[in-house]
Design a binder for this molecule. Structure first.
Ligand SMILES: [Zn+2]
Ligand SMILES: [Zn+2]
Length: 409
């Protein structure tokens, strides 16, 4: 079969690799219909992780079950499924408590396993024609409909970023009526905003500098904040101050101390751009801004990726994943901090049902739908992230089906 293979810094190729096989009686082989490229794939692409050349990328996968092992009981050949990016056993101490993102048995090195990702175990990714799925009874989420229908591009987002965006809001403690500041209007930031509105947030601010992302933010009802035009913390506070009814409803004391937002989400991670000089990285830029904009007793959700090792980190400590956090201000304000990967299974069935009911429509973030063979071009363009006046590559979906169709024609 053909698959997207990492070739070293800034390079992937679509190459012939061996077909996946049933290795355990509980496995299935899925014929991939859509596999998304994730912003977190770019960390590996840029050689900012421990991923080695030869790795088949792709942790956001959906398709149709092609073959099942003899121990599979509830999934059949022909079922349409989406796979959480976390690979989980379902029976360990963490899985049984719902923390499938920290499964203890699927990855010999650390807690938590995934498809085609650095440090996440020996599993190949699904940016390929076929994918081996371990413990398919537990891991697969069944979907209605047929491949390529009106929900194909909504459903593929259930593999990672829609549940991840939702989890970000949970980590930040978002409840109905809350005000939320989200840093990073990439796919996760945008779907965190979508999730906040579904949870009943009153106001959502989305901070970025890419015009296309800010437009998408505005379209779903969030307030776009362009940090290339000045300090985003000031901009959010000024926006709230200019809301006459909001100010009128506050007492003296409240007015001076509730100038920010109740919840903040870091949807950027360790490769954040410096606010002063966007050509430089400042891994703590987002956390600094979030700390400043949070009201006392607020909640901070860190969903952007931080690695224990970063070969390209800006200094020696950053290379080891050690950063200076404004802990004094966070502690004094009594901010609750939640962080880590989303346990996708905790949310994906509910989010699927929101899609089926027509209440959620996450595919508004998708910018490109391409055949698998165009992956090298897609990575190159997506890596530029649609900033600096380039074409906006917000979310790219690879569709092996399009390669098959063009081959047949
Ligand atoms: Zn992802
Ligand atoms: Zn487990």
């Amino acid at each position: 079969m053909r698959a997207v293979v990492y070739k070293g810094k800034d390079k992937v190729a679509v190459e012939e690799v061996s077909d996946p096989k049933i290795e355990m009686p509980t496995d299935a082989i899925v014929k991939v219909t859509t596999a998304a490229i994730c912003g977190s794939d770019l960390h590996m692409y840029e050689d900012r992780s421990s991923a080695k050349p030869g790795c088949v990328f792709g942790h956001e996968n959906m398709g149709v079950v092609e073959e099942i092992g003899p121990g599979v009981t509830s999934i059949k050949k022909g079922d349409r499924v989406v796979l959480p990016f976390n690979i989980a056993c379902g029976f360990c101490f963490n899985c049984t408590r719902g923390y499938t993102s920290a499964c203890l048995t699927m990855n010999p090195k650390v807690a938590g396993a995934g498809y085609g990702y650095a440090d996440m175990g020996p599993y190949r990714g699904g940016q390929a024609e076929y994918l081996r799925v371990p413990y398919v009874d537990f891991n697969a989420l069944k979907l209605p409909g047929t491949p390529g229908d009106q929900h194909e591009d909504d459903f593929v987002l259930l593999a990672d970023i829609f549940p991840t965006g939702w989890h970000a809001a949970v980590l930040a403690g978002v409840k109905s009526g809350d005000s939320v500041g989200i840093f990073g209007a990439g796919p996760v930031g945008l779907l965190a905003a979508h999730s906040c509105f579904l949870m009943g947030a009153a106001e959502v601010y989305l901070v970025d500098r890419a015009p296309d992302r800010l437009q998408r933010a505005q379209k779903i009802g969030a307030v776009p904040i362009d940090f290339s035009k000045g300090d985003p913390v000031k901009q959010i506070k000024e926006h709230r101050k200019s809301n006459k009814q909001l100010q009128e409803a506050l007492r003296e004391g409240e007015r001076e101390k509730l100038t920010g937002v109740n919840c903040a989400i870091d949807a950027v991670g360790y490769q954040a751009q410096s606010g002063q000089d966007p050509k430089k990285e400042d891994p703590m830029q987002t956390i600094k801004w979030a700390t400043q904009v949070l009201n006392p007793t607020g909640g901070l959700g860190l969903i952007g990726v931080y690695f224990p090792g970063d070969p390209g980190g800006p200094d020696e400590k950053a290379k080891q994943g050690i950063y200076e956090v404004p802990l004094g201000e966070l502690w004094t304000k009594g901010i609750s901090i939640g962080q880590g990967q989303a346990p996708v299974k905790k949310y994906n069935a509910y989010l699927r049902d929101l899609i089926i009911a027509g209440r959620a429509k996450p595919d508004f973030i998708v910018s490109h739908r391409l055949p698998l063979s165009e992956a090298p071009h897609a990575y190159e363009q997506f890596d530029k992230r649609g900033v600096d006046g380039g074409e906006a590559w917000t979310k790219v979906l690879l569709k092996p089906e399009l390669d098959r169709a063009s081959k047949a024609a």
